[in-house]
Design a binder for this molecule. Sequence first.
Ligand SMILES: Nc1ncnc2c1ncn2[C@@H]1O[C@H](COP(=O)(O)OP(=O)(O)O)[C@@H](O)[C@H]1O
Ligand SMILES: [Mg+2]
Length: 289
Amino acid sequence: MQLVLDRLTKQYGTKIALDRIDAVFQPGIYGLLGANGAGKTTLLRLICDILKPTSGEARLNGKNIGELGEKYRAALGYLPQEFGFYPNFTATDFLLYMASLKGLNKRYAREKAAGLLETVGLKKEQGKKIKTFSGGMKQRLGIAQALLNDPEILILDEPTAGLDPKERVKFRNFIRAYGENKIVILSTHIVTDVEHIADEILILKDGSLVKKGTENSIISEIAGCVWECRVTKQEAIHLENTFTVCNSKSEDEKIVVRVISDQKPWKTATPVPPCLEDLYMHYFHGEGQ
Ligand SMILES: Nc1ncnc2c1ncn2[C@@H]1O[C@H](COP(=O)(O)OP(=O)(O)O)[C@@H](O)[C@H]1O
Ligand SMILES: [Mg+2]
């Protein structure tokens, strides 16, 4: 199974939201990282054939996804970023309803829905109305509906929004297993969601793919450019105004500032190995999340 994006471009009026995106997806986990407005949702909607590209195309095993139509959709599971729920449906009703929209057999749907409610930790709440659910519970139900048809291609738009730290860990473990033989593409602006679990990271900025590859290969770009400086508060402010600062933490009376710089930024700075968060800061420094 191979999904190829070939110069995929989307314009809204005169705004180029996505500019000639090239990518190849095979079974595995792909983390689409980018700040708000980078174009993540637009890209995922194009991949799901909900939006049509202005130019370029997406192909599954060599065939245009628009032409594959229903066959393509049958292989797809999608969690949209904004998900309209039915407040008066119970969790089970909702999954059965979604299963019927997907054309799944009723008996299969019942079993599958029950299993998925267990997987996402909503078994006890299966008979409760969605309007009583927390944000995290709704999000887990959204993930469950994306999995109803055991999709070969699972597309998740900011799936961890609203999940608490424990739920995030469970989610990551689930995705790690699911991505062993399926294509999983998930978008996020939270580095830790994809760090260590993504086989490949794609960094999207202002509609362009600025970086893609394995985590180690892409962070090597800033190898030798990440430093830790133990300084006073006053000096920390100076560093923050001068360099891209990835992180600062208090230690005793001092502050340890993590800085990206081609050259040694401070006389006592020590070089440290780069991580994905550093690379993200390198690209999105100064942008809101
Ligand atoms: N329907 C639309 N009409 C016009 N502009 C849009 C529309 N949807 C998104 N955009 C713009 O396209 C850019 C990318 O948006 P989006 O794909 O939602 O990014 P992300 O999901 O990374 O936050 C943003 O500048 C956004 O304002
Ligand atoms: Mg989005």
